[in-house]
Design a binder for this molecule. Structure first.
Ligand code: GDP
Length: 462
């Protein structure tokens, strides 16, 4: 094995020669990250063979010779479970891969023939591609860095929507607490658990705009005291001077300390050690899932995405650029699971995504970060069909439901603008989840993975 220093040097040289790229995939839970990364690796490994990558010129022109997995750089980061994901897809019947729950990494080396070869004909080049997958929920914590404990408490209470009811148990218990009283560790842990339960219930109910992100995906922090805190309703209205006087063992001082610890030791290190070093990023959005879940969840997704996208706004005044200097130079946002609707709806999916993200996109444009929006299916599970419906030709989808039934259906129209009350009242939207198609050992069927690849790495394969 190479010495770490030599490895660092090697990486630096590769970077200098523009032959290394760190590409990160994120999105909220169930947005399709695991499926996306599995498909991406699978497509690149079958490039030049049977993968259909016509929208990626290097592959279409036969210059992309393939990809090999090699040992990753950060040995401390879990490896992305590619083989496990492929075995799930190859099972009888095929299954969707288990989702990843924290950050994971995989390194590929791509071989390609340059567009303009040098003097040596038949010259080949290599691109080292470091792929990362991490929960979008972690990005929801960025705004938390701009708060102190009282102002964070204010921002997290009094949402006034259906979510309040999901936090009823926590509200009842937190109302009995006196911020000045000496902390009872056991009780604090219990109430923190009620808070985490509220967050989990809210996520189950389809809400996305939830903080702190690690409460939902604690990874190795499960049960650690750093995750035992919660907001104190009304504390922002208390006199700051009086709060500062409270003894360190008071409930208020303990919660405020844990909040700071969470900021300094959980949120900041992710940005410092990982996020800051990504070159390119794709954000996946399950826009159809949100349409399926109804108006309140759809609005909540919009809020959560607005917040999540703040991590990519490097305008001079942004919180992030004040803290770190990120270097992502290209961003893709993708509406996933496009195979859940008929092909003529795909453009509407992209339109809806762009409308949903209009504000953050404006900020990104202003900060000069190139962004592309698209719709895709990482692993296509349906086939598009034309059917005769009451004398008219109509497009439909054919697939096998998760319960194993063959289905032929038309799932509905995707609104191309933000859905209004009328849309929800008139039609709403229902889609059925499908089982992945059985594989014949070749590349996974997809929709526009090649377009995503072209935007994210195409310029490095010239
Ligand atoms: P993650 O939590 O972001 O890693 O999400 P996953 O990749 O695990 O995806 C969540 C679920 O969405 C999967 O179990 C599938 O049911 C579904 N899914 C993801 N990608 C696709 C796709 O391209 N097509 C279809 N039909 N379903 C998908």
């Amino acid at each position: 094995m190479r010495q770490p220093l030599t490895r660092e040097l090697h990486d630096l040289l590769e970077r200098g020669r523009d032959r290394q790229l760190r590409l990160a995939v994120t999105g909220l839970s169930r947005s399709g990250k695991t499926a996306f990364l599995t498909s991406l690796v699978n497509q690149l490994r079958h490039a030049g063979l049977e993968a259909r990558l016509d929208l990626l010129p290097a592959a279409r022109d036969g210059r992309l010779l393939g990809a090999r997995r090699v040992e990753q750089h950060d040995l401390g980061v879990p490896r992305f479970p590619f083989d496990r994901a492929m075995s799930a897809l190859d099972d009888h019947p095929p299954r969707w891969p288990e989702p990843t729950r924290g950050i994971s990494e995989l390194r590929l080396v791509l071989r390609y023939r340059p567009l303009r070869p040098g003097l040596m004909s038949g010259e080949t080049r290599r691109l080292t591609l470091d792929l990362f997958d991490y929960p979008g929920e972690w990005l929801l914590d960025l705004p938390l860095l701009g708060h102190d404990y009282p102002s964070w408490s204010r921002s997290q209470t009094g949402h006034g929507d259906a979510r309040e009811a999901l936090f009823a148990d926590w509200h009842r218990e937190v109302a009995t607490l006196d911020p000045a009283q000496e902390v009872d560790e056991g009780r604090l842990a219990e109430i923190a658990e009620r808070y985490a339960e509220g967050l989990r219930a809210a996520r189950e109910a389809g809400f996305s705009d939830l903080q702190p992100g690690r409460f939902l995906l604690p990874g190795e922090l499960e049960g650690a005291p750093v995750l035992q805190f919660f907001p104190l309703p009304g504390i922002a209205d208390a006199d700051p001077a009086q709060l500062a006087q409270l003894p360190p063992e008071s409930l208020y001082a303990t919660l405020a300390r844990r909040f700071r610890h969470y900021q300094q030791h959980i949120v900041r290190p992710f940005y410092r050690d990982h996020f800051r070093r990504f070159d390119r990023q794709i954000v996946l959005v399950d826009i159809l899932g949100a349409l399926n879940a109804g108006p309140e969840r759809f609005e909540d997704l919009s809020r959560a995405l607005g917040r999540l996208m703040q991590s990519f706004d490097y305008g001079r005044r942004s919180l992030l650029s004040r803290l770190f200097a990120p270097r992502i130079d290209r961003l893709a946002i993708a509406a996933t699971k496009a195979d859940h609707v008929t092909p003529e709806q795909h453009a509407r999916m992209t339109g809806l995504l762009e409308t949903l993200l209009a504000e953050p996109l404006k900020d990104l444009h202003f900060a000069n970060v190139p962004v592309r929006a698209l719709s895709l299916a990482a692993i296509r599970a349906t086939e598009a069909r034309e059917v005769n419906h009451q004398g008219q030709r109509q497009s439909a989808l054919r697939g096998t439901t998760l319960a194993g039934e063959e289905a032929l259906l038309f799932p509905g129209e995707v609104p191309s603008r933000l859905p209004d009350a009328d849309f929800w009242a008139r039609q709403g939207f229902t889609f059925t989840a499908f089982r992945p198609l059985p594989r014949d050992g070749g590349a996974l069927p997809h929709i526009r993975m090649d377009a995503a690849l072209d935007w994210l790495i195409g310029d490095k394969l010239q």
